[in-house]
Design a binder for this molecule. Sequence first.
Ligand code: ADP
Length: 163
Amino acid sequence: MKIAICPGSFDPITLGHLDIIRRAALLFDRLIVAVLVNPGKNPSFTAEERLDMIRRVVRDIPNVEAECFDGLLADYARLKGAHTIVKGLRAVTDFEYEFQMALINRKLNPDTDTVFLTTSSQYMYLSSSMVKSIACFGGDIADYVPECICGEISERLSKRKDN
Ligand code: ADP
């Protein structure tokens, strides 16, 4: 069975992430979306909230599941029996960091390779931080996040502004 991991902060999950997840799900038998629990990053949504949103939006994709993880991705991949890490590439600006991460992960776990999927052009400029900036000022994020979590994200982030 070919198992792959799609790691990220997903703070929150966007249509760009979902596009990569759907396409990766066609390439592997089992895809684990792994939510990075990284207290250093000071996320807008807790790991549990991010996980809950992902589970709701991938509900219709039978070979996709989601979990939280902390520690080294290389160790997590080993634990899950995954030999592939799937990442999305938006632009050249993503490349240097992702290239470095891929090399480090391969050094830490030589049984794991990183595979890059090119973004779909309509999501090229989409990031979680862009979604948060728009929502924070009451802008419409319907074109950027899955419909079933759109209201919840807008409400949470625009409330935050009032605090
Ligand atoms: P972000 O950079 O939006 O905070 P994450 O840290 O959650 O996203 O990234 C997880 C993975 O998803 C990374 O490989 C990232 O390149 C990819 N990704 C994020 N947004 C997009 C997008 N719009 N198109 C393709 N890949 C994306």
